[in-house]
Design a protein around this ligand. Sequence first.
Ligand code: ADP
Length: 368
Amino acid sequence: MHLSSEPVALQLHRVTRRYGKTVAVNNISLEVAQGEILVIVGPSGCGKTTLLRLVAGLDVQDEGSIRIQNRVVSGDGVFVPPEKRRVGLVFQDHALFPHMTIARNVAFGLHRLHKAEIKQRVYEMLDMVQLAHMANRYPHELSGGERQRVALARALAPKPDILLLDEPFSSLDAGLRMAMREHIQRLLKGINVTTFFVTHDQEEALLLGDRVAVMNRGQIEQVGTPEQVFHQPATYFVAEFFGYTAFISGHVTSAGLETELGFLPQRLSLSSGSEVNILVRPDDLTVYPDENGTAYIARVGFQGMHCMYQVALPSGRTIYSLMPHTYVYAPGTRVRVELRPGHDLVCFMNERAISTGVSQVTDHHFAH
Ligand code: ADP
């Protein structure tokens, strides 16, 4: 399933890769639409890189098949080598050729073209990543971010059907990483290239992906828009992966949910009296100092523009609240907690989300 009406550019069908007893990729099926940015996100060791290497043709799955532009590239007795798959690759360490100028690095995959065409394409690519003025420099004369832009230009120069990126920003410092994400997202959307992007960084995934696939132990736990995986996680794992996740207990009544933070007029397709766990995120909760409050500030995390308050509830549960830094509450301050999410909260039973049966986050946003 994918959201767009565009044709499928990449299709993985029941792909499994084992290393001895480790099942690095376990029966994964996925489709990526033409021009879509799909981000695979998950903790270290979950199988992201293996999945990307299978698509690239750098590794072979034990079961299942992979199609690019509706052509089988691996599986069903077929194996198309990496250089014939029309994929562009960008890795964390950019791997430029140190003895070649930037222009020659970008020209590397263009040997089948005429000289004049190569030159034109190289400058087109360097213009795109705003590095045309550095064409004659060598990689060691560039900053990390510039080198990564050259790696991208090199990968895109042969007009690949699919661009594969593996943690391309993780060697950059935080500020540069942020700028690069924005730059590259604009660029990829501008040329409408189908992109398969691997990262362990949840913020990066939400920011860059048209859709995000959350991976855990070789399997995809959920695929959806950034809003869906964040606001409507299907499993505990997905909920917890996106950080500062807390749960409060809820008692189902015919009118809604009774919780220790008040009543939520949210109806579930469960019988009255059922008990659920309600996912509450820092942006769903506001804390006010109140000497009669039954909760208290357990910890303050200063984050610059915001403070993340860890709040202990009388039930013994802990919740998080994100407040502008202009509100300063010391640890130990008694507080009142208000739950005003402005959207349906996801409820869990036995570690799986229950469909609310009410409003859903819409699929409005395929293109950013
Ligand atoms: P990620 O990219 O999410 O960090 P990987 O795809 O690199 O995860 O690894 C997934 C699992 O497969 C890990 O348990 C890893 O140790 C194992 N693995 C990856 N490559 C190999 C290999 N060449 N030989 C043996 N085990 C491997």
